[in-house]
Design a protein around this ligand. Structure first.
Ligand SMILES: [Zn+2]
Length: 408
């Protein structure tokens, strides 16, 4: 399976990236660098460049595209000699990049709330070294919008003064989320929201999902490929969604509103705890092991370990906060989709609904009042999302929302 196969409905982006990877290969064969190929005299603008910014709606696949491009840059398939597309998915280069273990491809994940300046400085330093495999040194930043300001300034140095064989791949929701000084030095690619049909197709083809289930999941995913996949294959995700979609039916009185809010917040907390349980202890153990601390010997902890453990715990805590926020964010998107469907029914708009499987509940809510009331509820969900972004106490924000969802 080629590395591009996980991208859905992004033909234009794939075309540009494969063309760039071909140009990059020519550059390697000619013994040059991206920076020099970028100023090649005459003819077309160069296809390859040293810094890319990939943006698009949530779940459209920015990181998937960036990872596939990184693989294509490291692809060693013999078919390339015969004009094959870089990113075969089978060669050692593709394979190790996709497994995130390639020596020349560094993945920078924002697990916590932001990427700090220290991380960024060491990356910029690393980027200046020549790739061990002789091809490209790739640095993929999965959430460039979560860089702290000082980290972004450190990144700017790397992007401003590129080493000849370094490629920066930055992913962000939108171009406005990155510093103008950085984005002006990147080539910008925009991923679009894939159609539900394209997503359903992929779920059937790649994950072997039954077509009926795939279609419902693709619609409910509202363009987010990863969310659609989870709905298609994960029983718990499906159950969660149904719980959330019950909210519009139970917010008849204040008691129902408060209970629904409490449940949403509790569920988000459970999600964060479940993730912490599987990850935190192992990470802390690994860190201690890296410091050579043998368990059960009771001796003094190695020098520097306490500080490192404290730093790790700080990151884990901010990751838990983020998980909780993301889990609530998913619930709010489901609710938003529900009320948009209600509005579509009230206005008699043609086309598929996001929640085709919920026609009865949607019809009931749609018959319960005028479209103006639905618009007001949509605004309440959006207001809750803004409040959460501003770090308002989650329970307060969600209670304000569910109270505003009441009829009348
Ligand atoms: Zn390959």
């Amino acid at each position: 399976m080629a590395v591009w196969d996980d991208l859905v409905g992004q033909e234009r982006v794939v075309e540009q990236l494969t063309a760039a990877a071909r140009a990059a290969r020519a550059t390697v064969l000619a013994g040059r660098g991206a920076a020099s190929s970028a100023i090649e005299p005459g003819g077309n603008a160069s296809l390859m460049t040293h810094a890319w910014l990939l943006t698009g709606p949530p779940g459209a696949g920015q990181v998937t595209a960036a990872r596939a491009f990184a693989a294509a840059l490291q692809c060693t398939s013999p078919d390339l000699e015969l004009g094959g597309t870089p990113g075969c998915g089978f060669c050692d280069g593709c394979h190790t990049v996709m497994a995130e273990s390639h020596a020349d491809v560094k993945f920078v994940r924002s697990d916590g709330l932001s990427i700090g300046v220290g991380d960024m400085r060491s990356l910029v330093l690393r980027a200046s070294s020549y790739p061990t495999g002789g091809r490209w040194s790739v640095i993929l930043i999965d959430a460039a919008h979560r860089l702290t300001e000082s980290a972004a300034n450190a990144l700017l140095k790397g992007v401003e003064e590129p080493s000849p064989r370094t490629v920066w791949l930055l992913c962000a929701p939108s171009v406005q989320d990155t510093l103008p000084t950085i984005r002006s030095r990147c080539r910008h690619l925009v991923l679009r929201t894939p159609s539900a049909d394209a997503v359903a197709d992929m779920l059937v083809r790649r994950d072997g999902v039954e077509p009926g289930v795939a279609r419902i999941a693709a619609l409910a995913g509202q363009g987010d490929v990863e969310r659609a996949r989870r709905l298609a294959v994960d029983e718990q995700a499906r159950a969660r969604r149904l719980e959330v979609l019950r909210i519009p039916l139970v917010v008849a009185d204040v008691g129902g509103c408060l209970a629904a809010a409490q449940q949403l917040v509790d569920t988000a907390k459970t999600d964060a705890e479940a993730l912490a349980e599987t990850r935190d202890a192992k990470e802390t153990g690994d860190l201690k092991a890296a410091y050579g601390a043998a368990e059960g010997l009771g001796g003094k902890a190695p020098r520097g370990m306490a500080g490192a453990v404290k730093e790790l715990e700080k990151r884990q805590k901010s990751r838990a906060t983020r998980t909780r926020r993301e889990s609530l964010g998913v619930a709010l998107l489901d609710l938003l989709g529900f009320y948009r469907d209600v509005l579509a029914i009230q206005l008699g708009a043609p086309g598929s609904l996001a929640n085709e499987d919920q026609r009865t509940a949607l019809g009931k809510v749609a018959a319960g009042g005028p479209p103006e009331g639905t618009l007001r509820r949509i605004e309440a969900v959006l207001a809750c999302r803004r409040a959460l972004d501003r770090n308002v106490d989650p329970l307060l924000a969600v209670e304000a929302m569910t109270l505003a969802l009441r009829a009348g």
